[in-house]
Design a protein around this ligand. Structure first.
Ligand code: ARG
Length: 478
């Protein structure tokens, strides 16, 4: 047996107990790996999700090796044909992507060698799994992030539709979770659109960060073959090549950025979920949840629970956990590849699945909401118009701080008597300040309060319509 031939032990029909059949590094070792240690280190269980990207990367590497005259044109053609066949087989039948292999890279290479013999054994020339796993994950994120962005946009669309259906309806806005000021219901829905728009851009930024070719870095020092990395980058659709091979072999910043984008999007979904849990609850009932996204209680027949929203709120913790897990895993790593980095993949995949599932369910919930206009509007009146009363006095020349005091005293009395501004007679207004006139009754209303706002980000109906139009235009242009 020559040194380069895989040892028989590695090809013995393996059961779990006997250990694995195939590793890419058995030449150095006398004994088969300990089955439990091998299982512990193996990543095929989860990195099979990179199958497509691994084959794509290998196809391009084959062409790069041929261009550099490292392998013959014949070998290159055979390898390419076999890899395409393997790719098609894996796409057609996911069960094909299985075996006792350590990881997806070992799997693809094993199947290739089984089909081609020595030509297949030439594929890994000048290349390391350290850069291979990086190129795979970069390709993966590049092709998967757009689907998440689309799901973000679909939720934005559902929110915009609710904003448009709400027309000029009013509801209270809160600070410190106490009723603060009247706002348009549309303004509330658009308040949840704004962070999602930023999330969309954050996902785009994570994708742009992943968009660099690490191949050519070798295990850590680069490769000794004259690989045209610029051409290889173009071949794989990367817009640039990494700057430094040592850095590239352990750079997972792009994965961290992706996890950050996912975690923050989940935080935004969680806050939307919380608002809807409250506003659909019996104490508020500004909105009703559709039955289709509600659940009942096994014991209390009256219950209509917002389980999907609670789960989204709960899952945001898990998503933040993935970000912290990867940051923690890399923070003490010495330069160059370390196996700790294998921990990146389950974080990335689960963050992706968690976000995709949450976006879809929140979109259904938002799509099924019905507005209880009367309840929402009646909650938007009363003492929360106090700022507008103060502004009325400011309009008559009273310094704001003084107006605040006058209205504060008025509110104190009304609150004690269980009344609000609407019940005040003109004499009572005048008792608070002689500057109040008959028009105060007209000026101090929820609708007037919203209409009086002047800035483009405010709840003024014209401003809200303009924002809504901008959002619809954005959706249209996607
Ligand atoms: N499964 C490994 C990972 O996910 C692939 C790279 C392995 N490289 C190595 N030198 N063991 O990081």
């Amino acid at each position: 047996m020559t040194k380069n031939e895989p040892r028989t032990k590695d090809h013995a029909p393996g059961t779990k107990d006997q250990g694995p059949r195939t590793t890419l590094w058995s030449g150095r070792f006398d004994t088969a790996p300990d089955a439990a240690a091998f299982e512990f280190g193996a990543s095929f269980r989860f990195d099979r999700r990179l199958f497509d990207d691994d084959v794509t990367g290998s196809l391009a590497w084959t062409r790069a090796l041929a261009r550099a005259d490292v392998i013959s044109r014949d070998d290159a053609r055979n390898i390419e044909e076999a890899l395409i066949e393997i790719l098609e087989q894996g796409r057609a039948n996911p069960d094909f992507i299985a075996g006792p292999d350590e990881d997806v890279h070992s799997f693809v290479e094993r199947v290739l060698v089984e089909r081609l013999g020595d030509a297949g054994r030439r594929l890994h020339t000048g290349r390391s799994r350290n850069e291979q796993v990086s190129v795979d994950l970069r390709l993966y994120l590049r092709r998967r992030i757009p689907a998440l962005q689309q799901a973000v946009a679909a939720l934005v669309e559902a929110l915009a539709l609710q904003a448009s259906k709400a027309g000029d309806s009013l509801m209270p806005a809160y600070t410190h979770f106490r009723p603060a000021q009247p706002v348009l219901v549309a303004h509330f829905f658009l308040a949840h659109v704004a962070p999602l728009r930023r999330d969309f851009e954050r996902l785009a930024a994570a994708r742009a960060e992943a968009d660099a070719l690490p191949l050519g870095s070798g295990a850590v020092a680069g490769t000794s073959y004259t690989i045209d990395v610029e051409k290889l980058a173009r071949d794989l659709g990367f817009s640039r090549v990494v700057a430094n091979s040592i850095d590239a072999s352990s750079d997972r910043d792009f994965a961290v950025s992706f996890l950050y984008a996912c975690a923050l999007t989940m935080v935004h979904l969680s806050r939307l979920a919380e608002d809807l849990i409250i506003f659909c609850g019996d104490e508020h009932r500004f909105f009703d949840l559709s039955d289709a996204v509600s659940t009942g209680s096994s014991m209390m027949p009256q219950k209509k629970n917002p389980d999907p929203l609670e789960l989204v709120r709960g899952k945001s913790g898990r998503s933040i956990g993935h970000l912290v897990a990867l940051l923690t895993a890399i923070k003490g790593l010495p330069s160059g590849y370390n196996k700790d980095l294998q921990e990146d993949k389950e974080c990335v995949f689960d963050a992706e699945d968690t976000l995709a599932g949450s976006l879809a369910v929140v979109r259904s919930v938002v799509g099924g909401l019905t507005l209880n206009r009367e309840r929402a509007e009646s909650a938007a009146s009363g003492l929360l118009l106090a700022t507008d009363v103060a502004d009325y006095l400011v309009g008559r020349g009273v310094p704001f701080r003084r107006a605040h005091e006058i209205v504060g005293a008025l509110v104190r009395n009304l609150h004690g008597e269980g009344r609000d501004f609407e019940s005040l007679s003109l004499d009572e207004w005048r008792a608070a300040s002689a500057l109040f006139d008959e028009d105060v009754v007209r000026r101090v209303s929820s609708r007037a309060s919203a209409a009086a706002k002047k800035t483009p980000q405010s709840t003024a109906p014209a401003a809200v319509s303009a924002r809504l139009a901008e959002v619809q235009g954005w959706l249209h242009g996607l």
